[in-house]
Design a protein around this ligand. Sequence first.
Ligand code: OAD
Length: 268
Amino acid sequence: MNDESSTIEDHVEGLEHAARRLSRAACVVVVTGAGASAESGIPTFRDTMQSLWKEFDPQKLATPEAFDANPEVVTRWYDHRRLGCLAAQPNPGHGALATLEQHLADRGGEFALFTQNVDRLHQRAGSRRVYELHGSILEWRCASTGHVITPPPTPFEAFPPPSPFQPGALLRPNVVWFGEALPEEALRAAWEVTPRCDVFLTVGTSSQVYPAAGFVDIASQAGAFTIEVNKDPTPASRRVDVVLRGTVGRVLPLLVSRAFGPGVDGQG
Ligand code: OAD
């Protein structure tokens, strides 16, 4: 295990070790969190309450109870974040995961990406097998009928936005709030593929919110080699085989290029 305060430059050995395991893997599973999108300019969940929103607690806004009690505030906050996600661009970390998936596909291997992010940046970077554990902020749904729409890339005109599907009903973001169930298909896929993977990566997540925080243990107990990529220590740091301390946008391109050859870290 690596010391928790150092950076990727101090851990060339860990990087090489992780790259070797990755280069031989037939099945790779990745879980990502808000840190994967930080270098795209999207504030992490726990850093999100800036400017106008600084007096709000995100844990309290991201609940069905908050929406029932104050749908105007909750939908304004989510629309503000939706527009930020639409304006953002994937960063080199997203690109490296898409490249990794392609390398595995080229040799008949398997790849699955489980994201807690709601911004769709993995898909925009070219990742194909992506499971959105917490839904997508780009979609909204009728709180009464469940119909899903993708609103245009402009702010809603009214808050809370009225549902076009039922008179008097409201639209809400198609995300998973605290206390709500995660999408069944994504969970089924996670329980199925995680115990089969050879290498498991936990990327840019504080590893505090379950079930995603527990995937690394499932993988590890089933014999996978586990890697954490994060700029800060997390509860998972002591449980993985290698910690690569640094930003996702820097570390992942290095790791994937070390594993599969140059070309993905912009260095030839
Ligand atoms: P968090 O905001 O809890 O954690 C982000 C993690 O990424 C932290 O460990 C940061 O240190 C790290 N980090 C930040 N920038 C980074 C960078 N550029 N490179 C590497 N690491 C970086 O976000 P999540 O773990 O995604 O759920 O949070 C999980 C869930 O909790 C969210 O999906 C959300 C939240 O409560 C719901 O809304 C249901």
